[in-house]
Design a protein. Structure first.
Lengths: 266, 272
């Protein structure tokens, strides 16, 4: 593919993680290349978010390595970790907006804490990002006063305000209706074209998410199954991938015999 | 039934339970120690931001003022009441001013002010930080490369160190005034004797002890309450929603209050 020679941004190598007796990640390896969109799909509770937390340095693996921009996150000191994270933007599953701050302050916080910009410059930047998300006029509201979709958009504005190189999305459309989900996907697509960031998305919104992805990987039984183009993913012979595709998209490749059998049963 | 084997098993279980509790205690102590050291390191490290500290002084200090005034006044009044009753038996009501002011400045002022602030602001600090931990807001800060210690905890710690001695001073002054009201206005102790007793008996070391105590208590209350909230996810049962937050907050208030009383004794023993 066109991205195969692009710079490696994130590299997971044989990552293992257990919680008590339960092994959540088992020999997980994954490569994320610059400028691409990698989607990790899978049923709930399979450890998709745990992979994301390893990439963010919020969890450390029991064994294996996690490299971001070539630097080992496990061995990185606090300062180094902070430098790596300064290239990140994250949209959490529950958005994790600061609920005692207004929408404006939420988006302005990374600029106030991480840059030396004066308040006028910060205002221009924040207003631009809020306008991009269609949130003009909501600056003074608090997160609790917003709908789920609006909260996600504020979260996205906050994740993008420092023009990050890598943006992580943890279930970006969970709890949203179809039109609100489409709105988030549209904003994702527009902002990626504009800001050209690398995206890692954890989602179970199949098949819609395939349209936006360059690579799709399935998390099942603690292992990451394949990391391939959405087309190859849907045609894969891997039994786990195949059963996931059939479960989520229906038996699209069933033969006539199978279909007639299905109708007879019905 | 094999009683010997049963006895062995019970003994082993008991030893295992003691071992587990000891390890857990060591783990918690280590965690709290690392938390404090990280906070102090971040406190001394530039940049220093004034506004977040001012906001926290307003929350911990100014908003506790009413409680402190009220408690201080009534503590002074009841001290005077009980003091008068006792001193009258020995015919030495002239010492009332000395008794009230010394008790307040050395002991009751710092301790009661700290207990009041723990109840009002300490619980709020623990619940705020705990909810932020539960709803991934602290993770969000870390992912934005914003140090949660520097951004979230340090302003509270500095505010505790500034506000607590000030609140204690206010408590002492109001308490002495409350004692004056009861002693002089109610029981006709001479105003001159009340103040003269205070002037002649209170020395700089007494005030110093009160200040040291209030500083230590200010540090203790923010440290314990904030650390409990910060490590909510590691508390037993702490990671489970609203009930986890309420249980951890209760635990923080109890631990902070007990620590204040223990340290009160230790500081008194060292400085006497």
């Amino acid at each position: 593919m066109e991205h195969d020679n692009a710079e490696l941004v994130i590299e997971l190598e044989n990552v293992e993680k257990s919680f008590g007796e339960q092994k959540v990640l088992d020999q997980v390896s994954l490569q994320v290349r610059a400028g691409t969109t990698t989607v990790i799909v899978g049923a709930s509770g399979q450890g998709k978010s745990v992979i994301l937390k390893h990439m963010l340095g919020l969890m450390t693996p029991d064994s294996g390595t996690v490299r971001v921009f070539g630097q080992d996150l496990v061995r990185a000191g606090k300062k180094q970790l902070r430098e790596i994270r300064s290239n990140f933007g994250v949209l959490f599953q529950n958005v994790a907006l600061f609920d005692s701050m207004s929408v404006y302050d939420n988006v302005a916080l990374p600029l106030r804490e991480r840059t030396d910009d004066d308040e006028a410059k910060i205002r221009t930047n924040v207003e631009e990002k809020l306008a991009l998300m269609g949130l003009e006029g909501h600056e003074d509201k608090f997160p609790a006063q917003l709908s789920g979709g609006m909260q996600k958009r504020v979260g996205l504005a906050r994740a993008l305000v420092l023009n990050p190189k890598v943006v992580f999305f943890d279930e970006p459309t969970t709890g949203l209706d179809v039109s609100k989900s489409n709105e988030i996907y549209r904003l994702f697509f527009e902002t990626q074209v504009r800001l050209n960031y690398t995206a890692v998305i954890v989602s179970h919104d199949v098949p819609k998410i395939f349209k936006l992805s360059d690579y799709v990987a399935l998390m099942a039984n603690g292992r990451l199954q394949g990391c391939m183009s959405p087309e190859a993913f849907q045609l894969s012979d891997n039994p786990l991938i195949r059963s996931f595709v059939i479960e989520t998209m229906g038996p699209i490749y069933s033969s006539e015999t199978e279909e007639s059998l299905l109708y007879e049963t019905l | 039934m094999n009683f010997a084997a049963y006895g062995d098993r019970t003994t082993m279980n008991m030893i295992a339970a003691i071992g587990e509790s000891t390890l857990r205690l060591l783990e918690i102590s280590g965690r709290f120690g690392v938390f404090l050291v990280t906070c102090i390191y971040n406190m001394l490290k530039p940049p220093y931001k004034v506004m977040p500290v001012v906001r926290q002084i307003r929350f911990i200090g100014a908003h506790s003022l009413f409680v402190i005034l009220f408690t201080g006044l009534f503590t002074g009044m009841v001290l005077s009441l009980q003091g008068y009753y006792t001193l009258a038996k020995f015919g030495s009501v002239g010492f009332l001013g000395a008794a009230v002011s010394l008790s307040l400045i050395r002991e009751l002022g710092p301790v009661l002010a700290a207990l009041m602030v723990i109840g009002r602001a300490g619980s709020a600090i623990c619940a705020e930080v705990g909810i932020m931990r539960n709803s991934e807001q602290i993770d969000a800060l870390e992912c934005m490369a914003i140090d949660p210690y520097k951004y979230l905890i340090v302003p509270k710690l500095v505010a505790g160190l500034i506000a607590m001695p000030l609140l204690t001073c206010i408590f002492d002054v109001v308490g002495i005034f409350g004692g004056f009201m009861v002693g002089v206005e109610l029981f006709d102790v001479s105003a001159g004797a009340y103040f003269q007793g205070m002037y002649s008996s209170v020395v700089w070391q007494d005030i110093e002890m009160g200040l040291v105590k209030s500083l230590v208590f200010g540090l203790l209350l923010v440290w314990i309450c904030a650390a409990k909230g910060f490590y909510l996810h590691l508390e037993r049962g702490g990671g489970f929603g609203a009930e986890g937050v309420s249980r951890t907050t209760t635990g923080a208030v109890v631990l902070a209050s007990v620590s204040v009383l223990v340290w009160d004794y230790l500081i008194s023993a060292i400085m006497l």
